[in-house]
Design a protein around this ligand. Structure first.
Ligand code: UDP
Length: 373
């Protein structure tokens, strides 16, 4: 039955990071009331984490590693949490050999004999310069015979099968910015991210978001579907998927989803890093071992195998917008429609249909509030 909230408040739909930033800024900067409507039984959206029976902090919706070069985002979040010193490192299993991802000079020596690795290293420096970063689809255009051989190797052994598992299509059929997220590093740095600021909130993401929304001006309604609530609003901020908002009148926006299979072991560690990518074997894309993030002490460990699948309403969650021309043109149709509704904004990974990292979602929300001010 429809519930009625008799108020002219600011309504934020969705209590993930984007919704939490907006609610926090309206409450603190505008000193206005905000109601957050959340379908799930918990706050924090896909950043949600919790401690399990073994005291291990589990990221329910897959690993979330904070990283940013933005002072604004860093200063903003630092009001609510400290971050630990965790630096994300990923290993890939390539035909049974462990190698560092993003592919860098260390990876070269792990997969090739020393003389070949050295030759390729020198050529990479000569052609691109020390400390540069090259997307695989760029390196594949290389004319030099040796570098072309390397590009082909990295493409086949790191990107092709993983991307097919992750997206259901090969790398050149998805937007090139997706594989460019993990470029080839012309250096020896094994860190996954090279941003100035990185780490995990010391009390977890759920606590961080709880702090952001703990304000007398903010009310949170969990287990509440926006569609079942009749609302008068002053402003409506919607972080759900725009097609659902408009009852799919122009068709459904496609998303990739994930499925996680948990396993618990009676020993301290399962693998050498928090994430191991399976780029040439297995049906899952990667294994997460969460205790690395906050250095949780337990003689047990929990791992999660991550499988990708298409999003289907009622079956799984929306994780990744599938950004391509066709889908963006559908998205834009909905956005046009939205322009006719006063005081309504769509934002966040689903609302904007953009593959945001946490920091980019925060910047988007901060900037959105500035336009309203
Ligand atoms: N990718 C890949 N092999 C890897 C790591 C990444 O092919 O070992 C590609 C894949 O297409 C993936 C994209 O790069 O979707 C972006 O990877 P990222 O780690 O940024 O994905 P996320 O952690 O956001 O799922």
């Amino acid at each position: 039955m429809a519930d009625s909230l008799n108020t002219e408040s600011n309504i934020v739909v969705g209590c993930g990071i984007s919704g939490a930033v907006i609610a926090n800024l309206i409450a603190t900067k505008f000193n206005e009331k905000v109601i957050i409507i959340e379908k799930k039984s918990h706050i924090a959206g896909s950043c949600f984490d919790y401690r399990d029976n073994n005291g291990i902090c589990i990221h329910k919706y897959g690993s979330h590693i904070f990283h940013t070069n933005s002072e604004i985002v860093w200063d903003y979040l630092s009001q609510f949490t400290k971050f630990n010193n965790y630096k994300h490192k990923v290993i890939a299993i390539v035909d049974g050999i462990e190698t560092n991802i993003p592919f860098n000079f260390n990876s070269l020596y792990q997969v090739f004999p020393k003389n070949i690795a050295l030759k390729l290293q020198n050529k990479l420096i000569e052609n691109y310069g020390q400390d540069s970063k090259i997307p695989i689809l760029e390196l594949k255009k290389e004319k030099d015979k040796d570098l072309n051989f390397l590009a082909d190797f990295i493409y086949k052994k790191i990107f092709l099968e993983y991307t097919k598992k992750q997206w259901g299509i090969p790398p050149e059929k998805i937007d090139s910015t997706v594989t460019a997220r993990v470029p080839i590093y012309i250096c020896k740095d094994n860190r996954y991210f090279h941003d100035k600021y990185q780490g995990i909130p010391i009390n977890g993401y759920t606590e961080l978001i709880k702090k952001m929304i703990s304000h007398p001006n903010i009310t949170v309604k969990l287990n509440t579907d926006y569609k079942n609530v009749k609302l008068k609003y002053k402003r409506l901020f919607y972080t759900g998927s725009i097609d659902e908002f408009f009852d799919y009148k122009y068709g459904k926006l496609p998303y990739r989803s994930l499925r996680f299979e948990f396993e618990e072991y009676n020993y301290a560690y399962y693998q050498k890093s928090a994430v191991v990518n399976y780029t040439t074997s297995e049906d899952f894309t990667r294994i997460h071992e969460y205790k690395y993030y906050l250095n949780d002490k337990s003689d047990k460990t929990v791992i999660v195998k991550e499988y990708s699948e298409n999003f289907e309403e009622g079956k799984n969650e929306r994780y990744y917008p599938i950004v391509n021309e066709e889908n963006l043109s559908l998205y834009n149709k909905y956005l046009e429609e939205a322009k006719h509704i006063k005081n309504l904004w769509f934002f966040g990974r689903l609302g904007d249909y953009k593959y945001y990292d946490i920091d980019k979602a925060i910047i988007r929300a901060i900037n959105l509030i500035k336009t309203i001010q």
